[in-house]
Design a protein around this ligand. Structure first.
Ligand SMILES: [Zn+2]
Length: 333
C-alpha cells in the first residue's frame, strides 16, 4: 500500500477522442477528471479561463479548495501562493521539444539540477495530492496528451502513473485540426489554432513514438478512437481495470449516448464544456472531406506507424452519406 496518487495519463495526439474519454471516465465514482492539467498554470492561474463546471477556474469552489490545500502543502517554499508563483514560466522553460533529450535523461533524484523542472514538478506533485484529497478520488484522470510532460516521464514524485494511449487514424486527425472551432472557455469568440497536414501528421508520429517508449516502463493500454466511439463501455471498463478500480454500473452510458454531469477540467478542446445528453458516434466526415493532397501527405508521413495501429493505406472516401452525424446532434469530439 502506498500513498502515491493514482494518475491515469491520456497520452497521444489531440483530436483522438481523449477529451471525451476523460469526461466519461470522470463520471465514474472514484475517478476525478481534471482535463488537461498542464493547462492549469497558464489557462487557469494566469488567464482564469473557465473550468469544465462553467465557472472561471479561480472562482470554482473545487479548484479553490485544491489550490488552498496545495498551498498548505507547499507552505514555507517560494512556490506559494501557487496562483502567483507563475509556474507557467517554469513549465514553458521545461516542456519544449528542444528540451526533449534533457527531459528524457532527467531523474526524480536529480531534479534539483534543473531549477525550472524542480519547481514545476514540485508544484504539480502538490496539486495531484490535493486533487485526490479534496475530491476524495482514487484516480486522477489527466488528459494532457503531451507525452513528454514530466508526469508522463515519471518525474513527478508521489504519482502512481498508468497510461491510456489514445490513437486515431492520422488522416482523421489532420482533417480535424483543419476545422474551424471556437474556444468555449472564454468569451472572446477566439478560434482554436488550425494546422496543416504535414505539421499535424509529424506531431502525430512523434507523439506516438514517445508514448510507445513510455509504455515500456509503465502499465498502459491502447485506446482506439474507433473503439471508443463504437463501444465506450468496454473502453471505460478496460481503463478502470488498468487503474485497479471498479468501473461500477456505468448507468450514465449506453452504446451510443451518455448523460454527463460537468467535471472540473481545466483544459482541453471545447467538448470538455459539454454536459447533459451527448451522442457518441464515430466522426467519419474526414473520409470524404479530406483533400487528396492532405490524404497523400498524411499517409506518406505516417507510414511507419500506420500498419502498427491497423490503419489501412486506403479505405478513404467510402463512408456513405447516411452514416454522417447530422448538424443538429451534438458531436462529442
Ligand atoms: Zn469547476
Amino acid at each position: 500500500m502506498t500513498d502515491d496518487v493514482k494518475v491515469l495519463f491520456l497520452g497521444g495526439k489531440g483530436r483522438s477522442g481523449g477529451t471525451l474519454l476523460a469526461n466519461l471516465m470522470g463520471q465514474i465514482p472514484g475517478f476525478c477528471n481534471v482535463g488537461e492539467l498542464n493547462r492549469l498554470w497558464d489557462s487557469g492561474l494566469v488567464h482564469n479561463r473557465r473550468c469544465g463546471c462553467g465557472l472561471p477556474v479561480q472562482q470554482c469552489p473545487t479548484w479553490t479548495a485544491i489550490l488552498d490545500d496545495a498551498d498548505a502543502r507547499l507552505g514555507g517554499t517560494p512556490l506559494t501562493p501557487l496562483s502567483k508563483a507563475r509556474i507557467d514560466l517554469d513549465q514553458s522553460a521545461v516542456v519544449r521539444w528542444p528540451r526533449l533529450a534533457r527531459l528524457l535523461r532527467a531523474r526524480v533524484e536529480t531534479r534539483d539540477r534543473w531549477d525550472a523542472l524542480e519547481r514545476y514538478t514540485t508544484a504539480t506533485s502538490a496539486v495531484y495530492r490535493s486533487i485526490a484529497k479534496v475530491t476524495g478520488a482514487k484516480v486522477v484522470v489527466d488528459s494532457s496528451r503531451l507525452p513528454f510532460e514530466p508526469v508522463a516521464l515519471g518525474l513527478v514524485p508521489g504519482v502512481d502513473l498508468r497510461i491510456g494511449h489514445v490513437v486515431r487514424d492520422p488522416r482523421a486527425v489532420v482533417f480535424s485540426w483543419k476545422r474551424a472551432r471556437v474556444f468555449t472557455d472564454r468569451d472572446t469568440g477566439e478560434h482554436l489554432p488550425r494546422f496543416g497536414a504535414a505539421f499535424s501528421t509529424t506531431s502525430w508520429l512523434a507523439r506516438n513514438v514517445i508514448v510507445e517508449m513510455l509504455r515500456r516502463r509503465r502499465p498502459s493500454i491502447t485506446v482506439s478512437y474507433d473503439e471508443l466511439a463504437r463501444d465506450p463501455g468496454k473502453v471505460l471498463r478496460e481503463l478502470a481495470d488498468l487503474m485497479g478500480e471498479p468501473a461500477g454500473d456505468l448507468r450514465f452510458l449506453t452504446s451510443d449516448a451518455a448523460t454527463l454531469v460537468p467535471t472540473h477540467s481545466v483544459g482541453g478542446n471545447p467538448v470538455r464544456m459539454i454536459s447533459g445528453a451527448v451522442v457518441i458516434e464515430p466522426d467519419e466526415e474526414w473520409r470524404h472531406g479530406i483533400s487528396a493532397r492532405d490524404r497523400w501527405v498524411s499517409t506518406a508521413l505516417a507510414l511507419p506507424l500506420l500498419h502498427r495501429y491497423g490503419f489501412p493505406l486506403r479505405a478513404l472516401g467510402e463512408a456513405p452519406e447516411a452514416t454522417l452525424p447530422t448538424a443538429a446532434r451534438p458531436r462529442a469530439y
